[in-house]
Ligand binder design. Structure first.
Ligand code: FES
Ligand code: FES
Length: 156
């Protein structure tokens, strides 16, 4: 049995403590926005935030989450940074197959929440663990830069 705060709601899960969060999200809670790619922490498709930090849910046991706050792609658009990223993703037309994109957006939103004006190198460093088999890397970087500019303007 594990109790986890997900997107601001306390959820009680009748699952073993060592179940990966990704399994709990998708299979127990039906929250399928977070994607299963490699299952071994190598691709970034399953990225969520834990206490604001981009984290691989496939290698995070639910039993380790007591007292922590999990945020998933389902609540991305509720923050100004998340909304700006969603808009920029559409403006730049980032996606091809879309499979990696929830994880990309969660890594990008953790970056901008911590560093609102990232350099190109900062973006590359923050996004390097998110693999895109369609190789949309250039457009992802452009969209993050655009979202950062839009967020900065909104703050003025
Ligand atoms: S599914 Fe978690 S990193 Fe690939
Ligand atoms: S858009 Fe296809 S894997 Fe990234």
């Amino acid at each position: 049995m594990a109790t986890v705060n997900i997107n601001g709601e306390t959820r009680t899960l009748d699952v073993p403590d060592d179940m990966p969060l990704l399994w709990a999200l998708r299979q127990e809670l039906g929250m399928v926005g977070t994607k299963f790619g490699c299952g071994i922490g190598a691709c970034g498709a399953c990225t969520v935030h834990i206490d604001g930090v981009a984290t691989r849910s496939c290698t995070t046991p639910v039993g380790s989450l007591a007292g922590k706050k999990v945020s998933t792609i389902e609540e991305l658009g509720k923050s100004p940074v998340g909304k700006a990223l969603q808009n920029a993703w559409l403006d730049v037309d980032v996606m091809q197959c879309g499979y990696c994109q929830a994880g990309q957006l969660m890594s990008a939103s953790a970056l901008l929440a911590e560093n609102p004006a990232p350099s190109e190198k900062d973006i590359e460093r923050a996004m390097q663990g998110n693999i895109c088999r369609c190789a949309c890397y250039g457009r992802i970087k452009t969209a993050i830069q655009l979202a950062a500019k839009e967020t900065e303007k909104a703050d003025v």
